[in-house]
Write a protein that binds this ligand. Structure first.
Ligand SMILES: Nc1ncnc2c1ncn2[C@@H]1O[C@H](COP(=O)(O)OP(=O)(O)OP(=O)(O)O)[C@@H](O)[C@H]1O
Ligand SMILES: [Mg+2]
Length: 419
């Protein structure tokens, strides 16, 4: 990496000096032969990694393109947070650590979920640079941390804080975030957060593989970022425009979306029900293309679009199950007057049509039942996310006796959960 120290004007702050130092640590000039050797090793490493192939493709593509986060925020208004959730011992931390942290080699360590539990500390962390940062074991975090993550996916939010005296502290939130968690809880289940995230659900635990670990340790030392740097070092926005364009030529996104919609027998309208998923897919495609150009390794991205769709649905599926349980319980109690009263306000339902009329007034009971405070429209949004057949519930805002009423109609017996 050629960085002249003569420009003392440019390297004036400590922060800038730190960036330069990091950059020097991250880079090594490799010979062509060495590069080919690295590529071969990486191919073997990727093949050996125990993880659903589409998850790994997503992880690699996301990580490679993530230093260009701000470009995508300008272009699409979004750069998603990547979340690996699920099964203990699923290989989440180790593999994500390799691609987001070891690959760039600028930070020695990923950040623990503990840091994220304090939102102020967390805020400092996500203003450091546009190289990705991984948060391991994300749980019990402050709501403000979740909001910071959400915000940082759609803007750099150059908000400043006043320090003592006249000084202002500018903290643009520019760092791309990758999160691992055994249980996300309710943190990313609302629609606004979901549409900013890629959530990979790990269901299998992995077998110890010493050969894989050995290869990982060897690759860690190779300063892999250098190959990306060699390829993109003098890039400007127009080079990224070109990259996005070329990457898009390798796929036919409309065809993929059409296929997914046809498989749902016309019940799914991708752009309407899953806003931003198209942009997320384009970002990943661009990452895969860049990986191919810089490392000579082709990722197929097979099933990646389907994974993006189904992971959105999985998260909300639990929510739907719970909601239905509430409706059924309300119905049961309604016909059996001898039991202790379950509802403070009756939930209306039409026996013949098997339709529930859920209103604003029923929310209070639902809150007690599910321990979630939610308004009717967001409730509808969450349910619709989870449904395969989007026509099974309706949201209405009619005027009755001069007053606006909010209704949620749920057609119960046909409700299909998941796919
Ligand atoms: N892809 C892989 N192939 C082979 N071995 C792996 C792979 N990924 C991780 N390992 C090894 O498996 C073990 C468990 O992996 P890891 O800790 O990453 O799982 P995890 O999903 O983060 O688990 P937890 O939810 O408990 O944090 C580690 O010892 C790791 O070195
Ligand atoms: Mg872990």
């Amino acid at each position: 990496m050629k960085m002249s120290r003569d420009y003392s004007i440019m390297w004036i702050t400590d922060e800038q000096r730190k960036v330069l130092k990091r950059g020097e640590k991250m880079y090594k000039k490799h010979s062509q032969k060495k590069k080919e050797e690295i590529t071969k090793k990486l191919i073997r490493f990727i093949k050996m990694t125990q993880m659903p192939r589409e998850y790994l493709d997503i992880l690699i593509s996301w990580s490679i393109i993530s230093p260009f986060k701000l470009y995508f925020i300008k272009k699409f208004g979004l750069f998603p947070v990547l979340i690996l959730e699920g099964e203990r011992n699923g290989g989440k931390s180790t593999t994500a650590n390799f691609w987001t942290t070891d690959f760039y080699g600028h930070y020695k360590e990923h950040c623990s979920g503990m840091t994220a539990s304090s939102w102020r500390r967390f805020e400092d962390m996500i203003t450091a640079s546009t190289f990705p940062r991984m948060i391991d074991d994300f749980e019990n975090v402050d709501k403000r941390t979740v909001n910071l993550i959400k915000e940082s996916c759609t803007s750099k939010s150059d908000w400043s804080r006043k320090t003592s005296g006249k000084d202002q502290l500018y903290k643009p939130k520019v760092t791309p975030l990758c999160i691992t968690s055994q249980d996300l809880g309710d943190n990313f289940s609302d629609t606004a957060n979901l549409s900013r995230a890629i959530i990979l659900d790990f269901k299998e635990s992995i077998k110890r593989d010493p050969e894989w670990m050995k290869l990982r340790d060897e690759l860690k030392k190779e300063k892999l970022f250098s190959l990306l740097y060699d390829y993109t070092k003098d890039w400007k926005d127009k080079d990224l425009d070109e990259l996005v364009k070329k990457a898009n030529e390798t796929i036919d996104i409309d065809k993929i979306i059409k296929r997914v919609e046809e498989n749902s027998r016309g019940m799914l309208n991708v752009d309407k029900h899953y806003p931003r998923i198209r942009e997320i897919y384009q970002i990943l495609t661009t990452g895969a293309y860049l990986f191919r150009e810089a490392f000579g390794i082709k990722l197929s991205l097979k099933n990646v679009f389907e994974t993006l769709v189904s992971s959105r649905r999985n998260v909300t599926e639990e929510f739907l199950t719970q909601f239905l349980a509430f409706c059924n319980m309300a119905k049961d109690y309604d016909v059996d007057y001898n039991r202790k009263k379950f509802l403070s306000i009756e939930l209306e339902w039409d026996i013949k049509k098997d339709i529930f009329y859920f209103t604003q007034a029923n929310l209070r009971d639902y809150k007690d039942f599910a321990n979630t405070k939610i308004k009717l429209k967001p409730l509808y949004d969450k349910l619709i996310e989870a449904l395969t057949d989007k026509t099974l519930i309706k949201y209405a805002n009619p005027r009755i006796e001069g007053r606006r009423q909010q209704w949620l109609m749920v057609i119960k017996d046909k409700l299909i959960i998941g796919s």
